[in-house]
Design a protein around this ligand. Structure first.
Ligand code: HSE
Length: 436
């Protein structure tokens, strides 16, 4: 049988990894897919990369439309990232009856509905395993392996760059900007690194996971998004003293009122496996009603790790080329006409525990004032630390851990605490998840 012909859009970190692994493991991959898989056409603005990667014998162009419009190409692999022209290229490829594989989480999270509708109309597949958690097959696990379960919640460290930065800051006391530069050099960071640092990349990925877990439409715009840029070295130390590690976590949880969909720095008890996921590694913890908790761990970014997911998708598509479109695994795990309109909750309706850090005057009665406000708000304190005043300073850091409370009530309490004369500056707040 003739090999399946792949058109590759982009020869950057992931594109390069895909070309390298497809070439190196060609034999194993053919044995699995039942047919050879051949990259036949590459669109890149850096033709010298082809020689670097040893794929200079493959047709090259600097016009990606030549690839998506080439009648010889069966599968288009979009690895250029970003919203545009990725969206136009993907839609054009689908229009031309080609299957599409993409690692583009921004595109799937924000334009997925339109892309999947087009794919369905044309009877072709869109696969996007590499869009979430790099090399970890979490989409496959949720969509297929856990298909028997009612998923209760998903919690994941799903941005490698952010996790790498937090880990290096904690372990080596390194400077934020310096670690970010290294992540960029290693090809982990997004083209716009604020996507990593401000949680946008994680929010893209979480909205995909949430949709697949609960059978709801993709709703990136409703994802509460907070990054890691406000985490201080003191918070990392204080959290550790209390028995927690700080991780940037995405949480999607089914509640009676709706779906919580949020990414933010989070204190996680050190005894949880996921609290010990360091560096560029990602992990996703999924709670299913039948299976209980399951944990998926692996490299969340990087050339060959992400290529592993891209190529698995290519193999999947090749295996399913002859299946009836109605009998394929639905893009979002649930049949398209079975998506539910259960609402995504606003953050004020979410309930979590909190870590609070405030700078207070070192004088009698301060704590009483703070605890009075919390008590009046029915917010129960779980742990408390007061630090020694720093040399020559009249201020002390007070750190509180609370029990679970509604975010709206916590916001009110924080406002009142910040208004106290004895408290200076803003109260730092980090959410706490026990994940049990
Ligand atoms: N910038 C992303 C990360 C790449 O650091 O996780 C993988 O999606």
């Amino acid at each position: 049988m003739n090999p399946v012909k792949v058109g590759l859009l982009g020869l950057g970190t992931v594109g390069g990894g895909t070309a390298t692994v497809l070439k190196r493991n060609a034999q194993e991959i053919t044995r699995r897919a039942g047919r050879g898989i051949k990259i036949d056409f590459i669109a890149t603005l850096e033709p010298e990369r082809a020689a670097e990667l040893g794929v200079e014998d493959i047709r090259l162009t600097n016009d990606a439309y030549e690839v998506v419009n080439d009648p010889d190409i069966d599968i288009v692999v979009e690895l250029i990232g970003g919203y545009s022209p990725a969206k136009e290229l993907v839609l054009q490829a689908l229009e031309n009856g080609k299957h599409v594989i993409t690692a583009n989480k921004a595109l799937i999270a924000t334009q997925g509905a339109e892309i999947f509708a087009k794919a369905q109309q044309k009877g072709v597949m869109v696969a996007f395993e590499a869009a979430v958690a790099g090399g970890i097959p979490i989409i496959k696990a949720l969509r297929e392996g856990l298909a028997a379960n009612k998923i209760e919640w998903v919690a994941g460290i799903i941005n490698g760059t952010g996790n790498f930065i937090l880990t290096e800051m904690r372990d080596k006391g390194r400077d934020f900007a310096d670690v970010l530069k290294e992540a960029q050099a290693l090809g982990y960071a997004e083209a716009d690194p604020t996507f990593d640092v401000e949680g946008i990349d994680a929010a893209h990925k979480l909205s995909i996971l949430s949709s697949i877990a609960f059978g709801i439409p993709l709703q990136f715009d409703k994802t509460y998004t907070e990054g890691i840029s406000s985490i201080t070295p003191e918070d990392v130390i204080y959290a550790s003293e209390l028995g927690y590690n700080i991780k940037h976590l995405g949480v999607a949880r089914r509640t009676d009122e709706g779906i919580e969909q949020r990414v933010h720095p989070t204190l996680i008890p050190k005894r949880r496996l996921i609290a010990n996921v360091d560096g560029v590694m990602n992990a996703v913890l999924v709670m299913g009603d039948a299976v209980g908790p399951t944990l998926y761990y692996g490299a969340g970014a990087g050339d060959e790790a992400t290529a592993s997911a891209v190529i698995a998708d290519i193999i999947d598509v090749v295996r399913m080329l002859t299946t009836d479109p109605e009998n394929r695994v639905p893009h979002l795990a649930f049949q398209p006409n079975e998506l539910s309109d259960i609402p995504v909750l606003g953050m004020e309706a979410v309930e979590t525990a909190y870590y609070l850090r405030m700078s207070a005057k070192n004088q009698a009665g301060v704590l009483a004032e703070v605890t009075r406000i919390l008590g009046e708000g029915d917010i129960s304190i779980e742990a408390f630390i007061q630090k020694e005043p720093k040399r020559d300073e009249q201020q002390v850091d007070i750190i509180l851990l609370t029990h679970r409370v509604n975010e709206g009530d916590m916001n009110k309490a924080i406002k009142q605490i910040e208004a106290l004369d004895v408290i200076s500056g803003a109260v730092a707040r980090i959410r706490v998840e026990s994940l049990n």
